[in-house]
Design a protein. Structure first.
Length: 431
C-alpha cells in the first residue's frame, strides 16, 4: 500500500495541510506510535488487532473448513465486523464459490437469498463473539430451519466462530461442530485478518498465507514518522484535514472488486473515531460509477470533504472493439483498463484543480497479498487517528445503547434504554 498525500497539501487544496504543519504533527505521531507499540507488546485490548498477522494460524482455519471445502455456496451469518471483513476479502477475489452474507434481518431479503441457494451444497459460517447477537442468532435460526425443511443436516454443513463461552459455543460443543475462536482483545471491525474474516476466504479457496504475509509486510512499515509509514501518513493526514474542516471522508475505489471494501472502511472509521463529538464521517462511493453521480458535490459543494482514491496499478484488461461512429473512433485504439485509468486520473485532477483535498492509495494489484496489506494499513491508520483525536478507538458505547434498547423491546430483559423508545417526540404530517 502506497499513499500519495500531495493533493491534500495546502498549496493545492483548501482545506489543506501545509508541509510545516505535517512536520509539527509528526512529533505527535512519534508519541502515538510509541503508545501503539506498547499496546501491541502488552496485548492490550484493541492494539492486539495489529498483532494478528503474526498470531493468526491459517492451518487451524483450513482444518476447520475441511468438511465443507467442496461447498458450492457459503452463507456467512454475522453482522458488522463479523461479516464485512470476510465479505471484503471474498468479493475482492475471484472464486467459483457463491457467497451470501446475511448481515441484515429484512425478512424478504433473507428469504430471497435462501431460496436461491442449493442448500444441499451450501456451507454455513456463523460468527458472533458473544453468541448472543440478536440479528446473527435470529438469522442463524432461520437458516437452520431452511436446511431442515430442505432435508439437509445443517450440523454437517456448519462452522462456528465465537468466544470461549455463550450460546454458540454451547451449540458447537453439543453438536461437535468445527469451531474457531474469535481472538481476545480484537474488536470485530478489526478482525478481518483472523478466523472471523478468513473462514470465508478459506472455503472459497483463497491464499490465507498471502493475506497474512501482505499484512505482515505492512506492519513492518510502522514507525515513528508519518513520512516513513503509508498507514500513518493516511491516518495523520485525515486527522489534520478534519481539524481544518474536512469532516467527511469519501472512500472511492477504482476497482469494482473493492466496492465492499468501502463498506468495511466506513464501519472501521465511523465506529472507531465517532466519539466525543469528534471523527470524520465516512462516505462510500465507487469509481467510475459515482463520479457521474457524486463528483459534482465533491468538486463544487461545501469544502468539508476529503476524497480518498484506491487504485491498483495492474489489472486484467479488455480491448474496446472498433466502431464506425466517427465521434467514438478514438475508443477503438484503447482498452477498458486505459479508459478506467483515464477516468481516475481526470477525476483526481479535477478535484485538485478545484482546490479540493484528495489522497491516492495505490496497490500493485487486487490479490491476497495486496488486500492483506490494505486491510492492515487502514486499521493502523485508524488506530493512529484515534490516538491523535484522543478517543478510545476500540469501544462503541453508542452501538451498545441501541443493542440494549432492541433487546428490551423484544422482551429480552429490563433495559432502561428501551423506555426511551416510548418517549419519542412526534410531529406527524399525514395524508
Amino acid at each position: 500500500m502506497d499513499v500519495d498525500i500531495g493533493n491534500a497539501l495546502a498549496l493545492v487544496a483548501s482545506p489543506g495541510v501545509s508541509r510545516g504543519s505535517l512536520e509539527r504533527l509528526d512529533e505527535q505521531v512519534a508519541d502515538a506510535h510509541e503508545r501503539i507499540e506498547d499496546g501491541m507488546a502488552d496485548g492490550e485490548h484493541g492494539y492486539e488487532a495489529l498483532n494478528l498477522p503474526q498470531r493468526t494460524d491459517p492451518d487451524e482455519i483450513r482444518m476447520a473448513v475441511e468438511p465443507v471445502a467442496d461447498a458450492e455456496a457459503l452463507i456467512t451469518v454475522g453482522i458488522g465486523g463479523s461479516a464485512l471483513g470476510a465479505a471484503t476479502i471474498t468479493e475482492a477475489l475471484d472464486s467459483d464459490t457463491e457467497t451470501v452474507y446475511l448481515d441484515n434481518v429484512d425478512p424478504a431479503w433473507v428469504s430471497n437469498r435462501l431460496e436461491a441457494l442449493p442448500l444441499e451444497e451450501t456451507a454455513i459460517n456463523v460468527v458472533s463473539r458473544s453468541g448472543t447477537t440478536a440479528e446473527t442468532l435470529a438469522n442463524f435460526l432461520v437458516v437452520r430451519e431452511a436446511f431442515e425443511d430442505a432435508g439437509v443436516d445443517w450440523t454437517e454443513r456448519t462452522i462456528v466462530t465465537t468466544g470461549d463461552s455463550g450460546p454458540l459455543r454451547d451449540l458447537s460443543d453439543r453438536h461437535d461442530l468445527p469451531s474457531l475462536k474469535v481472538p481476545d482483545g480484537v474488536p470485530g471491525r478489526f478482525s478481518a485478518l483472523s478466523a472471523v474474516g478468513m473462514v470465508a476466504a478459506a472455503v472459497c479457496g483463497h491464499d490465507l498465507d498471502a493475506l497474512l504475509e501482505g499484512a505482515a509486510a505492512e506492519a513492518e512499515t510502522l514507525s515513528g514518522s508519518l513520512f516513513d509509514c503509508p498507514a500513518y501518513a493516511y491516518g495523520a493526514t485525515s486527522y489534520a484535514l478534519d481539524a481544518r474542516g474536512a469532516g467527511m471522508n469519501a472512500m472511492v475505489p477504482y476497482a469494482e472488486s473493492l466496492e465492499t471494501y468501502s463498506e468495511w472502511f466506513a464501519q472501521l472509521w465511523a465506529e472507531s473515531l465517532g466519539k466525543d463529538d469528534l471523527g470524520q464521517t465516512p462516505l462510500r462511493a465507487l469509481g467510475v460509477t459515482d463520479q457521474h453521480s457524486q463528483l459534482q458535490l465533491y468538486r463544487a459543494g461545501p469544502r468539508d470533504k476529503v476524497v480518498t482514491f484506491v487504485t491498483p496499478r495492474e489489472a486484467d484488461d479488455r480491448a474496446i472493439p472498433d466502431t464506425e461512429v466517427d465521434d467514438l473512433a478514438y475508443l477503438g485504439d484503447a482498452t477498458l483498463g486505459e479508459l478506467l485509468d483515464a477516468e481516475f486520473e481526470a477525476t483526481e485532477a479535477s478535484l485538485a484543480a478545484a482546490g479540493r483535498p484528495n489522497v491516492r492509495i495505490e496497490l500493485e494489484r487486487v490479490d491476497e497479498y495486496e488486500l492483506g496489506g490494505l486491510l492492515y494499513g487502514m486499521e493502523a491508520a485508524c488506530v493512529l487517528a484515534g490516538e491523535l483525536y484522543g478517543v478510545n478507538t476500540f469501544e462503541q458505547p453508542a452501538v451498545e445503547w441501541a443493542k440494549k434498547a432492541t433487546r428490551g423491546l423484544l422482551g429480552g430483559g429490563e433495559f432502561e434504554e428501551a423506555d426511551a423508545v416510548a418517549e419519542k417526540t412526534e410531529l406527524r404530517v399525514e395524508r
